[in-house]
Design a protein around this ligand. Structure first.
Ligand SMILES: [Zn+2]
Length: 274
């Protein structure tokens, strides 16, 4: 199916108040907010995604950093591909002198899943990149970005981790913490990263989690576990996580259970759920 572009007269009309920019020669439309410029198959989708990304940027930065991020000097380009499937996304960063020098994002899937899952996840990566000014350890970057997704994704990952632990596929934490490349068992890796991030956030909140990850990657995970969580080291953290997981993941997989770490700007028009 081809994506239609608005004709010139309707585009002029919309541009007057929506700052809509047509992309000559490309199918689709673009919508610019302060921090995002979204290319999507239609103007309405571009606008919805850009506004939702802005709302997520505010709520996610507040939750993790205690304050909003300053406006970026260049808006982050976002490419949207609509499919009938589940959502996925990718954000790439360049860093220079301890700061993000460029970033770009692409998301795809059904629009409702893009808004509920891919955009909050990818925007969380941008908040972490701003905080770290360099690559964040993979397990934490992916695991904690999953915390920004919706209840459905949280439940799905709780189940993945239950299965992972029951087949003993999880990595010892001292290995997980230093994984640099995405491993073959990607689902298991994301699931374990999500579960440990969740455990640490439920224990000590988001800012402490970020400080733990920063210090752990700089000066060792045992020392960081001691100073931020009062644990003897990574081994004790591993044990504590597994016993926490046994109890809470099974509770959470029940319908209507509370999900204390959900923080996201809910897409407009969505109702119900957590
Ligand atoms: Zn990710």
């Amino acid at each position: 199916m081809d994506a239609r572009r608005p004709g010139p007269s309707s585009a002029r009309h919309v541009a007057a108040w929506l700052a809509l920019a047509l992309l000559p020669g490309l199918a689709g439309a673009s919508y610019r907010t302060t921090n995002f410029v979204v290319e999507a198959p239609s103007a309405e989708v571009a606008k919805q995604v850009a506004e939702h990304a802005e709302a997520c940027r505010v709520s996610i930065a507040r939750a993790w950093l205690g304050q909003e991020l300053p406006a970026w000097s260049t808006p982050c380009p976002v490419k949207v591909k609509l499919t009938r499937g589940e959502a996925g996304g990718l954000t790439s960063f360049g860093f220079s002198r301890g700061k993000v020098s460029d970033q770009s994002m692409s998301v795809e899937g059904r629009l409702d899943r893009i808004l509920a899952s891919a955009i909050p996840h990818e925007v969380t990566h941008t908040v972490f990149a701003a905080y770290f000014g360099g690559p964040m350890p993979r397990w934490a970057d992916e695991g904690a970005s999953l915390l920004s997704e919706d209840l459905r994704e949280h439940r799905r990952h709780d189940q993945i981790v239950l299965d992972l632990i029951s087949r003993r596929g999880h990595l010892p934490l001292e290995r997980l913490f230093i994984v640099e490349e995405y491993p073959d068992d990607l689902m298991g890796f994301y699931g374990q990263g999500y579960s440990i991030s969740r455990f640490l956030v439920e224990m000590g909140g988001r800012p402490r989690f970020l400080a733990f990850v920063r210090d752990g990657s700089r000066s060792g995970w045992d020392a960081a576990a001691r100073s931020h969580y009062g644990l003897a080291g990574t081994h004790e953290l591993d044990r504590a996580w597994r016993s926490w997981h046994k109890v809470t993941a099974e509770n959470r997989s029940r319908p209507n259970s509370a999900d204390p770490v959900l923080v996201q700007a809910r897409p407009r028009g969505e109702s119900g759920g957590q």
